[in-house]
Design a protein around this ligand. Structure first.
Ligand SMILES: Cc1cc2nc3c(=O)[nH]c(=O)nc-3n(C[C@H](O)[C@H](O)[C@H](O)COP(=O)(O)O)c2cc1C
Length: 233
């Protein structure tokens, strides 16, 4: 059993809240894992060419090609993305759009696998975590837990954070905000977030070890997706 971790933040691993939270989840699973950062990678969105319709292999030539093998080979996923404009940041979205290649008659590639969705934002991370969960559902992958928290937006280090009226520090603390270690969020010091990340990892590990029945998960996810579409027509 192997878990693929994906950090969708374009920021440096040492400062990225997404990367460090995803890593915390992975370590708590107690299973073998590989953590890949999308930072610096070139991944375009799906171009709707339908080149993957016959063989479930995307024909766009970029860094997603090497990732395809890892996605197929993994038994579960821990994917984290950043909150950009109250949604999922673009490279993480592009990564998931390209999962369209698995959505043509393919039963054994992703269906019934398990996942944890991680979202980190300068104010809140639930928006990207929700989007990640929906991408998983489209591929009949069950999100066993969502982990959402606050990271340090770039406003804390850009040099203007104490006076900027559209920055995260001002949004959070208002007029007269001072940027100090106490007012600067750090995912690793956020005990609630770290506890949630470790619980999510343990749950994922236990679910994988506990006679994971992919067919049963697939059936449940298919029913859930159909239910979600009912309200859309
Ligand atoms: C272009 C851009 C847009 C952002 N928009 C939001 C936002 O709408 N809401 C929010 O809570 N944080 C927002 N942020 C802050 C990031 O979510 C925050 O820095 C978070 O820590 C990113 O994860 P990372 O630390 O792994 O890079 C934005 C950051 C950038 C660069």
């Amino acid at each position: 059993m192997k878990i693929l971790g994906i950090s969708g933040s374009p920021r440096n691993e040492s400062t990225s809240g997404v990367y460090r939270t995803v890593k915390t989840v992975l370590e708590a699973t107690g299973m073998q894992y590989e953590l890949v950062s999308l930072r610096g990678k070139t991944i375009s969105g799906c171009i709707a060419c339908l080149g993957c319709a016959n063989d479930n292999v995307c024909k766009v030539k970029d860094d997603m090609q090497a990732l395809r093998e890892k996605i197929v080979g993994a038994d579960a996923y821990v994917v984290g993305g950043a909150n950009y404009y109250s949604s999922l940041n673009s490279i993480t979205s592009a990564f998931f759009e390209r999962w369209f290649q698995f959505r043509h008659r393919e039963e054994n590639t992703l269906w019934g696998k398990l996942a944890v969705a991680v979202g980190i934002g300068g104010t809140a991370g639930s928006a990207p975590a929700d989007v990640i969960e929906r991408y998983f559902l489209y591929n009949f992958v069950e999100t066993v837990a969502k982990v959402a928290g606050r990271g340090a937006a770039s406003c804390y280090t850009c040099g203007y954070g104490e006076t900027c009226k559209v920055g995260a520090p001002y949004f959070l603390y208002g007029e007269g905000v001072r940027i100090t270690p106490e007012t600067t969020p750090d995912v690793m010091k956020d005990q609630g977030l770290m506890t949630a990340a470790m619980e999510a990892g343990r749950l994922l590990g236990n679910r994988l070890r506990d006679k994971h029945d992919r067919n049963a998960v697939t059936a449940r996810m298919q029913a859930r997706l159909m239910e979600a579409f009912k309200g859309a027509v």
